[in-house]
Design a protein around this ligand. Structure first.
Ligand code: C2E
Ligand code: MG
Ligand code: MG
Ligand code: MG
Length: 282
């Protein structure tokens, strides 16, 4: 509860004035985040993932933004870690899941039943006991095919509790959802989890993509990830592709699925239908 936290914070701030500033900022954000949630200020933007061989849409990734009444559109990097540390990531994550199911139900209505939607689930939410029952409830309510929802996690979920992460992945796949490892190669990269975690997809982090033209090491790493994905029968996506040169290079080394500004920036969900009209879908 707020009362308790304010109490302990004021005690520590009595001894450490620097701490007080940090705590107050955090508290400020926490209350604001809660308010933002209550006032329905969050928005889900969608960015397409393209088959670059056939020039077709395979799916979209959902990316949260906070449409603050005074500060305007706030990027997730500004608030997701606060949400994670305060626990507000739970209601925020559940909001994201509901929005995702709503979008999938909309696509179902218009006959787009092979379109996938990827969501980012934070480590704390991923390992939380409420995640599975919440997703089960959504499956019943929205009546969509679970394999259309891809759950993106980072390698760091395995850092805290390896067995719990493995168990959760298995539970979610038993429900029919797909699992993707986001920012692949930037976190706790233990190849052993590739062996023991039944995942479906890996996303090559844009830090590697950014340098593939100039940096032989980056190109080598990207090539190796693509080959590894093929060997393990995983879908592989290159993130952060901005130029035709990067796209051509990736295509030449066997990467089929591309996400990045080259095709489109993340867009408000209301604009997605119109954007899709300009492309071919699966
Ligand atoms: P991510 O999941 O790796 O998402 C990809 C990020 O790269 C997005 O930033 C996207 O806008 C950006 N991006 C895509 N293509 C390009 C490109 O060609 N060039 C450049 N420079 N950037 C590109 P965004 O939307 O700011 O999100 C940042 C991170 O915040 C995400 O990284 C994800 O870790 C987190 N995040 C976003 N939405 C959610 C959410 O709903 N829940 C949680 N837990 N985390 C989220
Ligand atoms: Mg992601
Ligand atoms: Mg990523
Ligand atoms: Mg990320």
């Amino acid at each position: 509860s707020y009362g308790k936290k304010i109490g302990s914070r004021s005690i520590s701030s009595f001894f450490n004035p620097y701490m007080r500033e940090i705590s107050e900022t955090t508290l400020h954000t926490e209350i604001n985040l809660r308010k933002g949630l209550d006032m329905n200020e969050f928005r889900l933007y969608l960015q397409p993932q393209m088959d670059c061989i056939r020039n077709k849409i395979e799916g979209f990734e959902a990316l949260i933004r906070w449409n603050h009444p005074e500060k305007g559109l706030i990027a997730p990097v500004e608030f997701i870690s606060h949400a994670e540390s305060t626990g507000l990531i739970l209601p925020i994550g559940e909001w994201v899941i509901r929005q995702a199911f709503t979008q999938l139900a909309k696509w179902k209505k218009s006959g787009q039943t092979s379109m996938t939607l990827s969501i980012n689930v934070s480590p704390r939410h991923f390992l939380h006991e409420k995640l599975v029952p919440f997703l089960e409830m959504c499956l019943e309510t929205y009546d969509i095919m679970p394999e259309q929802l891809i759950i993106e996690i980072t390698e760091n979920v395995a850092m805290g509790d390896y067995l719990a992460a493995q168990k959760r992945i298995i539970e979610l796949r038993e429900l029919g959802f797909l699992i993707s490892i986001d920012d692949f190669g930037t976190g706790f990269s233990a190849f052993v989890y590739l062996q023991h975690f039944p995942i479906d997809e890996i996303k090559i982090d844009r830090r590697f993509i950014r340098e593939i033209e100039e940096n032989d090491k980056s190109l080598g790493i990207v090539k190796t990830i693509i080959d590894l994905a093929k060997l393990l029968n995983l879908r592989v996506i290159a993130e952060g592709v901005e130029t035709i040169e990067q796209l051509n290079l990736l295509r030449s080394i066997g990467c089929k699925t591309i996400q990045g500004y080259y095709y489109a920036r993340p867009m408000p969900s209301e604009e997605v239908e119109e954007w899709m009209g300009t492309k071919t879908t699966n």
